[in-house]
Design a protein around this ligand. Structure first.
Ligand SMILES: Cc1ncc(COP(=O)(O)O)c(C=O)c1O
Ligand SMILES: N[C@@H](CCCC[NH3+])C(=O)O
Length: 434
């Protein structure tokens, strides 16, 4: 078994993360439980910033908060000097409540509501990433009504097909996101933005997809954006201050995944930008990126207690855990794969191949198919690796399962940052509550 992130096995065969025993964590906070090693998140955040610094490029690294949003992670990212990408009024509200500096917040999304845009303009956030003509018009009206200058990036689709799951591809022509860069839409949006009195056009944004393992797509996108910007510069005199190349850097969920180092993505993108800038004679823009998964993904693990089991003779053995697609929908949604071990027998050799079932009333609620494990029984603790991104943030109350708590660990200490939902929480929106 390969360990992920900062996980290690102590002399008694127990799995530890961030220097804390997972057995103790399960005892103290119960299961299911999400655990994040914050030292690893800080290391990743510092790594991105350091790479830009070494390359001498003015940059902003914005944490894509959809990967995992709560006040504690926003506070951590703020302390690390990162900016924040939000995609809803809810994420924006959480960030403001966490005292995240509004000027370092960027607002993405393909159908922001009037209310969301008003909040963003009122709070004078760093920039709004405008996605379509409807939004451009709406934002022009809102900023004029409020007489408030607002910085904007235009999200464009550069027409790149990155290699990843279809559901998480976003940079191709046939996408719901952004202005098409090739067919004149983006150019029209740029002209409209320049004409709008209260809109201050900072530059362009693209995001080609998520969990991408190669740099080709990023390089092509970067080149296309600079090339287009240079063309517009010569025709309209528009010089972009900022080019945002999005996020999407892949991480290792299983040994089948072969990601490159986060710094490598950045280095190759910057090299492409620099080459294109000198070829076209444009001035070097600030480069912004928006990683989510690569900041928090492998820093998180999920802990579950094993309960029932079922043997289908000659076919397979199911082991059921006390969570499932309600706290990790990725296997059901994308056929995502994970690795796991028995945390209280972390040094034991696998003896069996089992399939890990969730407890939701759904046959598709399978967390891991065909997992080699040592002999496991009810009460054992299952640790699933790399659940830090899009686990808690996509958690739901299907079957009215309460969402698990989140604990941060670092240097042998743990801290509860989101408490477990209670049954009372589950009915708190019901109007008949007396
Ligand atoms: C606009 C935008 N930015 C950033 C991200 C972050 O992506 P990832 O978590 O893959 O780094 C996403 C998600 O794919 C996104 O849609
Ligand atoms: N939620 C997805 C990725 C989509 C990212 C947001 N555009 C995942 O779990 O992999």
């Amino acid at each position: 078994m390969h360990l992920h992130g900062s996980a290690e096995i102590s002399h008694n065969g127990h799995l530890k993360i961030g220097g804390v025993s997972t057995i103790d964590l399960a005892k103290q906070y119960g299961t299911p439980l999400y655990v994040y090693d914050t030292a690893l998140i800080k290391e990743r955040a510092r790594g991105f910033r350091k790479t830009f610094k070494e390359l001498g490029v003015k940059a902003e690294v914005a944490y894509a908060s959809k990967a995992f949003s709560c006040m504690a992670i926003f506070q951590l990212m703020n302390e690390e000097g990162l900016s924040l990408d939000v995609v809803s009024g809810g994420e924006l509200y959480t960030a403001l409540k966490a005292d995240f500096p509004p000027e370092r917040i960027h607002f993405n999304g393909n159908n922001k509501s009037r209310g969301e845009l008003v909040l963003a303009v009122k709070e004078k956030i760093g920039c709004i990433v405008v996605d379509n003509f409807y939004e451009l018009q709406l934002l022009s009206e809102i900023t004029s009504e409020m007489k408030s200058k607002t910085k904007v990036l235009l999200r464009v689709t550069p027409g790149i097909e990155a290699h990843t799951h279809d559901y998480i591809l976003t940079g191709q022509e046939d996408s719901k996101f952004g202005f098409d860069l090739q067919n004149g839409q983006a150019e029209k949006a740029m002209k409209l933005s320049l004409e709008s009195e209260y809109i201050e056009l900072l530059g362009l944004h693209c995001h080609i997809g998520s969990q991408i393992f190669e740099t080709t797509g990023f390089i092509l996108a970067a080149r296309k954006m600079i090339e287009k910007a240079a063309e517009w510069n010569s025709v309209y005199g528009f010089v972009p201050e900022v080019i945002n190349l999005g996020g999407g850097f892949g991480i290792r969920y299983t040994q089948e995944d072969d990601p490159i180092a986060p710094s490598q993505y950045v280095k190759e993108m910057i090299l492409a930008v620099k080459e294109e800038v000198s070829r076209t004679g444009m001035s070097m823009p600030e480069i912004w990126i928006e990683p989510g998964r690569s900041l928090v993904g492998d820093a998180g693990i999920s802990l579950y207690t094993i309960g029932s089991s079922k043997e289908v003779p000659g076919v397979r053995k199911y082991l059921a855990i006390d969570g499932g697609m309600s706290d990790n929908i990725r296997p059901a949604l994308y056929r995502a794969k994970y690795e796991a071990l028995i945390a209280n027998k972390a040094d034991a050799e696998p003896e069996d191949t089992v399939s890990i079932a969730g407890k939701c009333c759904e046959s598709g609620d399978m967390l891991i198919w065909d997992l080699p494990l040592p002999d496991a029984e009810a009460g054992d603790l299952l640790a699933v690796f790399c659940t830090g991104a899009y686990g808690y943030s996509m958690a739901n109350n299907y079957n009215r399962l309460p969402r698990p708590p989140v604990v941060f660990v670092e240097n042998g200490k743990s801290k509860l940052v989101i408490r477990r939902e209670t049954y009372r929480d589950l009915i708190k929106l019901d109007e008949s509550l007396t």
